[in-house]
Design a protein around this ligand. Structure first.
Ligand code: ATP
Length: 379
């Protein structure tokens, strides 16, 4: 955002408030406003930091274009010099410091209580924000104990971990030059998403190099790669065939919950990727795995409805402050209308509290219940 747009942030915020597109919150001393819907010049997921004189904008994290056919997509769109980074399978946070408080916002613009609770275990960001008070550090939080997802690509450790992948700035849209992030991360020992390749030029050998890398990532169970032009420009994301298949299998139990497009798009991505990478001989094994997992997934949901009256999954988390468990459940319930969460167990373990949170899938629960209960449908 240019200076002129930053200057009129108060009036844009006022317009968003008048239109009912805002939600006010606070954390400690810091107050902020979540933009709940696109409108005017503000987008859903953006956050306006308030209460400290001039309001400041935490920009939304930009979407990344997907390529499904890696070589063809990269040939058509890659802009050298190019960095290739590992795509980490977790959830996205934008971390800022405001009025002395460090805040971590999810893609939807919610301050994530889990991330804040665990941040001191994941990275020490105090000095980074001393040097760069306007920094918006973009990172993926991934690993076992991630409260947002149970199935994930390659786990890195036995706990959640932070992987910084971009730097943005308050009041300014789009990522900064990666060298700025490199310097800050190196100076303050902030963990980075692994850097896989650097391509000073994109030539005849580059496509093959990317395909070799994709095969390696596929074999290691990593999620994929992100191609980032060093001088700015279109970024590309690519997910490996193995992860597309794993996603379908892991979410098979949600067949009645998710739109059909979720499964077909991943199936197509998987097939195009597997053919491109020469994995056709694995197709038979893939077909069997896929069929089994989908059938087993749905059977599991039906069993749950018959046994427990609902479709659900349990996620296990570990936090420092016992109160975080309640805050997290409230946050998860606020951020979704179709998933209802509650705490099932909690136990103290040294300085941590371990808790199991049950996520009930409302749509599949009522749909499967009605089918099993003998309701009629017109189709
Ligand atoms: P999109 O808005 O791009 O469609 P999405 O929420 O559907 O995003 P994905 O399709 O998984 O998410 O891919 C984009 C996300 O990948 C980014 O928002 C970011 O959270 C995550 N990511 C993981 N590793 C990296 C990385 N090295 N560089 C950039 N983003 C990364």
């Amino acid at each position: 955002m240019g200076r002129a747009r930053a200057a009129d942030l108060p009036s844009r915020l006022e317009a968003a408030q008048a239109a009912g597109r805002t939600q006010h919150s606070r954390h400690g001393e810091a107050t902020y406003v979540r933009i709940t819907e696109d409108g005017g010049d503000l987008r859903r997921g953006e956050v306006v930091l308030t209460g400290g004189g001039t309001p400041r904008l935490v920009p939304s994290f930009p979407s990344i274009a997907r390529v499904v056919a890696l070589e063809a997509g990269a040939r058509a769109h890659a802009q050298a010099p190019l960095r290739v980074e590992e795509k980490i399978d977790g959830y996205n946070v934008r971390i800022v410091r405001w009025q002395g408080e460090v805040l971590a916002f999810t893609r939807g613009g919610f301050a994530c209580p889990f991330t804040l609770d665990r941040l001191s275990d994941l990275a020490d960001l105090e000095e980074l924000f001393e040097e760069a008070p306007d920094a918006v550090l973009c990172a993926e939080i991934a690993g076992p104990g991630n409260p947002y997802m149970t199935a994930q690509a390659r786990p890195y450790t036995d706990d959640v971990a932070l992987f910084a992948f971009d730097l943005m700035a308050l009041d300014d849209h789009g990522p900064r030059h990666l060298r700025e992030l490199d310097a800050l991360c190196a100076r303050y020992e902030v963990p980075r998403a692994p850097q896989l390749l650097r391509m000073p030029v994109y030539d005849e050998g580059s496509g093959a190099a990317l395909a070799t890398l994709a095969l390696d990532l596929d074999a290691r169970g990593a999620e994929g790669m992100i191609l980032k032009p060093e001088r700015g420009g279109l970024r590309l994301k690519y997910v490996t065939p193995a992860v597309n298949l794993a996603d379908i299998a892991a979410d098979g139990w949600l067949l009645a919950e998710l739109p059909g497009g979720f499964f077909t798009s991943r199936m197509l991505r998987f097939l195009i990727g597997a053919r491109e990478l020469g994995a056709r001989e694995r197709m038979r094994a893939f077909e069997i795995t896929l069929g089994r997992q989908l059938a087993a997934g749905l059977a599991r949901s039906l069993e749950q409805v018959q046994r427990d009256g609902k479709v659900y999954e349990d996620v296990a988390i570990r936090v420092r402050d016992p109160e975080t468990v309640n805050q997290l459940v409230a946050h998860l319930n606020r951020s979704s209308r179709v998933v209802k969460c509650q705490v099932v167990t909690r136990a103290r373990e040294g300085v941590y509290t371990r808790a199991v949170i049950r996520k009930q899938m409302m749509r599949s629960t009522s749909y499967l219940k009605s089918l099993l209960g003998g309701d009629t449908i017109i189709d």
